[in-house]
Design a protein around this ligand. Structure first.
Ligand code: ARG
Length: 580
């Protein structure tokens, strides 16, 4: 139970003593702080239940509240809102519990297995900024879910199926026609072949191929044929495809590592398509597959639909499976292997229709009966023109380029002279990742935001660098003071009390975050607690304080905020460097 829930339990007991029963307590941090720190709204509810005036009920509750030394400044506002504040002793006890472990003030949810699908990187294509938001939000939701007691696992769900890969192989065939992969008479082993292609080359091969396919119908046709060859597992083509996937996978996983993103499952769409035949017969047996101009479709429209719902294209007229079908095959696979209770798809909000179709079709086919499927969409990261962020020449910005832009900026801003040149790069990289992640998670996930590198990397304001810098300063204060954990027994200023109350309200923030599937509240909270702490820091001379009891209490308070910041930053996927 969180400390906040303990407070609610305590209030429930008090209400009971005053003669009323209330199932769940209606307690809120007050927004009228002149009246009190908390507001208890239960008298209204109880009035209905007990057919009495709220005022009378509030009066009776207050009598009991006053007997408890934890509560001070008790008063009734309006028709029966009870306001109160917390006594210093009660505040100290809360803080000491949090200093034991910040997890003492986290409300644990009932265990549930959740699979989070938040990779979606496409093999042989560079990771771009769209994948960044999936990675950031998905990883943070996974860490948050686990911290709150769920069992959350991540699936990279690599895009290794379909035409893009076919085009890449088409282009390689044009570049190196003599490779044994393309020689029908080759009987040797493909493993030993040295491929003259690196991941770096792959970054240009796909854009070239895709342009050629647009300009040249013959090239397009070859691309289609090769895609079919790969999907049919044809010797040579299939083997080359596998090799390209491996090269690309390594690079993708390196980039994810740089972002502190780790997946438990590394399935690709092509692995999922092993369930295709089974999937097809399920839909066939239920009579759900309809012929339509050489393709097979599943009708999805419902009579009470408010918006048109197009049918799902199950098999295209060229006999290949669609993106929707890969997701259906994945649902079938997950229902048989990982068996999660919920699947969260952290994918661009522009794919809403895709998921609506997939979820509906899954329901019709009965393949998602034991799983709750949820699309957690997000807005785009835009340039100053308000359109999705692009490179100078209008292309899609790769994730590596983006990280590099931010890195150049954070590198410039490291002016601490005690940092050696060798360390500087590592630190600037960590700061760059923190900069990107915090800026990305700060707005509600559904909203678009504008990428502003100078603003995001500023040492002041709601930024990753501000949080890192402040947290590092807390750590160095503790180190200088030779901090040993003890108890908080004395505090003096209003700021300290404010910090304590913000700490107490932690579970409200975490629960809201998990409910809304968005990290914005945690980001705001981190900023709030950190700036309050910095205010306290500038108001006092902690290290030279002569009152030892006060100094110790302050250091313990520092330790709580420091530990909490580390914990929350870690949930966001942000690493705190040793110095900066
Ligand atoms: N590879 C896809 C893309 O780049 C994203 C995949 C998202 N996940 C899913 N299960 N459909 O658009």
């Amino acid at each position: 139970m969180s400390i906040y829930s303990e407070l609610k339990e305590k209030l429930k007991e008090i209400i009971k003593k005053s003669g009323y029963e209330e199932e769940s307590i209606n307690l809120e941090p007050s927004n009228r702080r002149d009246l009190g720190e908390y507001q208890l709204n239960d008298a209204m509810q109880l009035a209905k239940k007990y057919h009495k005036s709220p005022r009378e009920i509030a009066d009776n509750i207050i009598k009991e509240l006053e007997k408890d030394e934890s509560f001070i400044d008790i008063n009734i506002a309006g028709p029966g809102f009870i306001n109160f504040s917390l006594s210093n002793e009660y505040i100290y006890s809360i803080l000491n519990k949090m200093n034991e472990s910040v997890f003492n003030n986290i409300y644990k949810l009932e265990k549930k297995k959740i699979l989070i699908d938040y990779g979606g990187a496409n093999v042989a294509k560079a990771l771009h900024v769209g994948h960044l938001r999936s990675a950031n939000i998905g990883e943070a939701l996974k860490r948050l879910a686990n911290a709150l007691g769920y069992e959350a696992i991540g699936d990279a769900h690599l895009g290794d199926y379909g035409r893009p890969l076919g085009f890449v192989i088409t282009e390689i065939e044009k570049m190196y026609p003599n490779l044994p992969y393309f020689d029908e008479n080759y009987t040797g082993n493909y493993e030993d072949i040295e491929l003259p292609i690196s991941n770096h080359d792959l970054e240009t091969i796909y854009p070239t191929a895709s342009q050629k396919a647009k300009d040249d119908p013959e090239y397009l046709e070859r691309g289609r044929q090769i895609t079919a060859k790969i999907q049919n597992g044809e010797r040579g083509y299939y083997d080359l495809w596998k090799k390209i996937v491996d090269i690309s996978k390594e690079d993708i996983s390196n980039t994810y590592n740089l972002l502190n993103v780790q997946f438990e499952i590394w399935n690709g769409e092509s692995d999922e398509m092993e369930y295709f035949e089974e999937l097809k017969s399920i839909y066939e047996e239920k009579g759900l597959l309809k012929d339509s101009e050489g393709a097979k479709i599943i009708e999805l429209a419902d009579s009470d639909d408010k918006a048109p719902m197009p049918p799902l294209l199950f098999i295209k007229s060229n006999n290949t499976a669609s993106y929707e079908t890969t997701d259906l095959a994945t649902i079938l696979e997950r229902s048989k292997t990982t068996k999660p209770e919920e699947v969260w798809y952290v994918v661009d909000g522009r794919q809403t229709l895709h998921f609506d179709q997939v979820f509906r079709a899954a329901k019709k086919g009965g393949i998602s009966d034991n799983m709750k499927l949820e699309h957690i969409g997000f807005g785009t990261m835009n340039g100053k023109d308000g359109k999705p962020f692009k490179t100078r020449d209008g292309g899609v910005l790769s994730l590596k380029e983006l990280i590099n832009i931010v890195y150049q900026e954070t590198y410039k801003k490291i002016t601490n002279e005690s940092i050696k040149e060798e360390e500087k790069e590592t630190i600037a990289k960590q700061v760059a990742i923190a900069t990107i992640k915090y800026a990305d998670l700060l707005p509600f996930r559904g909203t678009d935001y504008i990428f502003e590198v100078e603003k995001f990397s500023d040492l002041e304001g709601k930024t990753g660098p501000y949080l890192l810098y402040s947290t590092i300063r807390m750590k160095s204060l503790l180190k200088k003071a030779n901090y040993q954990k003890s108890s908080i027994t004395k505090l003096k200023g209003a700021t300290e009390k404010e910090i304590a109350l913000v700490l107490l309200n932690l579970p409200l923030v975490l629960n809201k975050s998990i409910d809304t599937r968005s990290l914005n509240d945690i980001c705001e909270y981190l900023y709030k607690i950190t700036s309050l702490y910095n205010k306290f820091y500038s108001e006092n001379r902690i290290l030279t304080e002569e009152d030892q009891e006060l100094k110790d209490s302050w250091l313990n308070l520092t330790n709580i905020v420091y530990t909490l910041n580390n914990t929350l930053l870690n949930i966001l996927g942000i690493t705190v460097p040793d110095k900066m």
